[in-house]
Design a protein around this ligand. Structure first.
Ligand SMILES: O=C[C@H](O)[C@H](O)[C@H](O)COP(=O)(O)O
Length: 215
C-alpha cells in the first residue's frame, strides 16, 4: 500500500512547474509528494499548506510556507483522498484536514488527487463521511445529518481540528448524488466543512502503481 502511495506522490511532481506556488494537502500519500517536492525546492515559489502537519513537514525540508491570503489563486493543488469515484469526486478528511483542504482546492486552478488503488470505489460512502462542526453544535448537527442523509454520525472523540472544531464521521451512506448531498449538508448550522468534494472534484486522479494510472 505505501509503495502505491509513494508512486502516486512522486508522479504528481510531473505537474509542478518552475516558479509555482504549490497547494499541498495532508496525509500519508501527500507526505511522499512533499518528500519529492523537497528535491526541487529551489525551483518553486513556495507552498500553501492545508494543515499544521504538512506545514511542519514542508518547513522541515526548507520549503517556504505561505499564507493563502497573501498569494491569491494557485495554479496547482496536490492532495490525497479517502475515496474516489469514477467522476473524480472524493471523500476526504480521514486526517481531519478537510476544511482547509477544500479552501485550497477551491483556490486552485488544477487539483491533482493522489491515491492508492484501494481508494477507488464505484459509489462514495463506504468510508465514513467526515464533517467538521463547531463544538457547541455537535448534537444539533448530528440530528440534522441523520435526518438529511439517514447515515449514522459518530463523534470522533479526542480529535480537535486545526481550526479548533470537532469531527462527526457519518456511517452507512451510499452517496448516489454527491453534489446534492454536499449542498444539503453545508446548509446545517454549525457545519464548518463537509468532506465531500463533489461540487469541485479533482481535475486529475493519479492511482499509484507501476506505472501509475492517470485518470
Ligand atoms: O484529512 C485528511 C485528508 O483528506 C487526506 O487527504 C485523506 O485522509 C487521505 O489520507 P492518506 O493519504 O493518509 O490515505
Amino acid at each position: 500500500m505505501s509503495a502505491s502511495k509513494r508512486l502516486a506522490g512522486e508522479k504528481a511532481i510531473d505537474y509542478v512547474e518552475d516558479g509555482m506556488i504549490v497547494g499541498v494537502g495532508t496525509g500519508s500519500t501527500v507526505a511522499y509528494f512533499i518528500d519529492a517536492l523537497a528535491r526541487m525546492r529551489d525551483r518553486i515559489g513556495g507552498a500553501v499548506s492545508s494543515s499544521e502537519q504538512s506545514t511542519q513537514h514542508l518547513r522541515g525540508h526548507g520549503i517556504d510556507v505561505l499564507d493563502l491570503n497573501a498569494v491569491g489563486p494557485l495554479p496547482l493543488y496536490v492532495d490525497g483522498a479517502d475515496e474516489c469515484d469514477p467522476h473524480r469526486r472524493l471523500i476526504k478528511g480521514g486526517g481531519a484536514a478537510l476544511t482547509r483542504e477544500k479552501i485550497i482546492a477551491e483556490a486552485s486552478e488544477r487539483f491533482v488527487c493522489i491515491v492508492d488503488p484501494a481508494k477507488q470505489v464505484p459509489v462514495l460512502g463506504r468510508f465514513p463521511l467526515p464533517i467538521e462542526v463547531i463544538p457547541m453544535a455537535r448534537s444539533l448537527a448530528a440530528r440534522a445529518i441523520l435526518a438529511a442523509t439517514g447515515g449514522q454520525p459518530v463523534w470522533r472523540e479526542g480529535v480537535v481540528t486545526d481550526n479548533g472544531n470537532w469531527i462527526l464521521d457519518v456511517h452507512g451512506l451510499s452517496i448516489t448524488d454527491p453534489v446534492a448531498m454536499e449542498r444539503e449538508l453545508n446548509q446545517i448550522p454549525g457545519v464548518v466543512g463537509v468532506g465531500l468534494f463533489a461540487r469541485r472534484p479533482a481535475d486529475v486522479v493519479i492511482v499509484g502503481g507501476e506505472p501509475p494510472l492517470v485518470l
